[in-house]
Design a protein. Structure first.
Length: 550
């Protein structure tokens, strides 16, 4: 900051001001007040637990200065700002972020909407401070007499209009680009819980707003209480047209008190923990670039002859390993040993240095570590199960892994074959104009602008485009995708199947939403996997034959 008011700040009060600014902005975005347990959960997952009293001291500016950079960087990561922002450093990065955040608060106080100023990277801190001062002057002018206020307001509005025209487009594109790669650790619970009913036998039913998704057949789940609570939802019970609600059976409550829930997140995570499958499993550790990534290992049942092949299950963006547990039962029946892996920046595996998603460009190396683990434990062949982003990671691993010859095929659920198509569809749904979307793509793939997003290296969208690279596919691929997917366009999967009908088999589902194919029809999903697996040309072949055929 360059304001005179801050020149006499102590390091403790400077840290407190930054923390309180981040908290103010979190609430200004429309969220509930951020609670200590949410922050401490994130910090504990990063190996830097934060006591309640220490958190209070840091916010008030009392006590000794927190100087350990690791917890301060973890806190910055939680709020989605530059990792060095909270360090007591007079350098350009904290100064620039400070200016951006202060500008955003001023803009919001002035009711200037849809201006993604938190992402205004590439603009100097001095320019941002000047803009903020102009807005402050406007606010002061509004308190003057009528004779002065009209002329001052006209002048200020003109300055704001010119500045906004110049900055808004760049800001929106930068915001879009950052939203793509910055991990989200808090999700808004946007599905109202109208009521939870207790039946005479003690079983529960939940009443939800009637939507195409909540009316869909199948099994689903609800996350509630800021992710601390989880319930598995079963069959549709009834509709109430007067209340515009539907009631579904509650199969089980895994955590939290569902009766106290007022809102939640609709999800496909029928299993939130591996023990809910009711089969043996083992916690294992996979050495990766930045440390040790946790994984779950499921061996086939004794009654099924081991096939010599392993399945590696890869979850999607913003998800956890538990999202892939839906694929474990069929893999076990096929005699596959399953390895459910974590990867960088998913909250379980060690984060990358930049703390950013790379859309599969580098995450595949963590899957490669899983492949190496499987081979060292006797795997002859590998089948990759990828969900959404996990599918993009699987495609990269199959192409780039030194052990690619061991990969017999891929099962891809709601896959991302082309990130441009997927991101453009999501941006269109959010109302972002096409030119700004393409500007966002430019930011993502630019070496010179990578500091806008915080990426350690630009993202090569071309190398991640498996529609353009369809001729390079050399593994059998089973695609399981719902035509009503609102996140990953079904048309991309349809095009992949038409481009490579010799390798890509597409099975369509009537699911509503993203990665919910198994949920709407688990029998069809598992039967499709079984039929495809038994048709693999490499089933029963040796690793040498696998290499020769791939």
């Amino acid at each position: 900051m360059t304001d005179d008011a801050n020149s006499s700040e102590t390091p403790q009060t400077r840290l407190a001001r930054k923390l309180n600014l981040l908290l103010d902005l979190y609430e200004a975005e429309g969220s509930e007040a951020l609670t200590y347990p949410e922050i401490n959960r994130h910090m504990s997952q990063r190996g830097t637990p934060l006591s309640r009293s220490r958190w209070a001291y840091m916010r008030s500016g009392d006590s000794s200065l927190a100087t350990d950079p690791v917890p301060l960087r973890n806190l910055a990561e939680f709020f989605g700002v530059d990792r060095d922002y909270l360090l007591d450093d007079a350098g350009e990065i904290p100064k620039l972020v400070d200016s951006q955040l202060e500008l955003l608060r001023t803009l919001r106080e002035s009711r200037v909407r849809n201006f993604a100023a938190r992402q205004l990277q590439g603009i100097s801190s001095e320019t941002l401070v000047r803009l903020r001062q102009v807005i402050d002057e406007r606010k002061r002018a509004q308190g003057m007499d009528d004779a002065d206020s009209d002329s001052r307001r006209a002048l200020t509005v003109g300055v704001l209009a010119a500045s906004g025209a110049l900055l808004a487009g760049v800001a929106s594109a930068a915001y879009f680009a950052r939203q793509v790669v910055v991990p989200k650790y808090i999700r808004r619970e946007g599905l109202d819980v109208r009521a939870v009913h207790t039946n005479g036998d003690g079983s529960l039913e939940i009443e939800l707003p009637a939507t195409e998704q909540t009316r869909a057949p199948g099994r689903y789940s609800l996350w509630f209480d800021q992710g601390r609570g989880h319930a598995c939802l079963g069959s549709f019970v009834e509709s109430n047209h007067d209340r515009s609600t539907v009631t579904r059976a509650v199969e089980r409550v895994d955590s939290g008190d569902l009766k106290l829930a007022s809102a939640g997140i609709w999800s496909g995570y029928v299993y939130s923990k591996p023990e809910q499958l009711g089969v043996p499993y083992e916690d294992v550790e996979i050495p990766v670039e930045n440390g040790i990534a946790p994984a779950w290992r499921f061996d086939p049942p004794p009654s099924v002859e081991a096939s010599g092949a392993w399945a590696i299950h890869i979850h999607g963006m913003g998800g956890k390993r538990a999202g892939t547990l839906r694929g474990i039962p069929v893999a076990r029946r096929l005699g596959l040993t399953s390895l459910v892996v974590s990867f960088r920046n998913d909250g379980d595996a060690p984060p990358s240095y930049d703390g950013r998603y790379n859309l599969g460009q580098v995450e595949w190396r963590d899957v490669e570590a899983g492949i190496n683990y499987a081979i060292s434990n006797g795997a002859e062949r590998i089948v990759l199960f990828g969900w959404s982003l996990g599918a993009s990671i699987a495609l990269q691993a199959a192409a780039l892994s030194p052990s690619s010859s061991r990969v017999a095929g891929m099962v891809l659920d709601a896959p991302v074959f082309n990130w441009r198509t997927t991101l453009a569809a999501n941006a269109k749904a959010a109302g972002l104009p096409r030119p700004l979307v393409h500007l966002g793509f430019t930011i993502l793939r630019s070496e010179a602008l990578r500091w806008v997003t915080g990426l350690a290296a630009p993202i090569s969208l071309d190398s991640l485009d498996w529609l353009a690279r369809a001729t390079e596919l050399n593994k059998p691929v089973l695609v399981l995708h719902g035509e009503k997917d609102d996140t990953t366009p079904f048309e991309a999967s349809k095009k992949a199947a038409s481009l490579r009908p010799d390798l890509v088999r597409l099975v369509e589902f009537e699911s509503v939403g993203h990665s919910l194919e198994w949920n709407v029809d688990p029998e069809k999903w598992e039967r499709s996997v079984e039929e495809w697996f038994y048709g693999l040309p490499l089933t029963g072949s040796s690793p040498e034959q696998a290499g020769a055929q791939s």
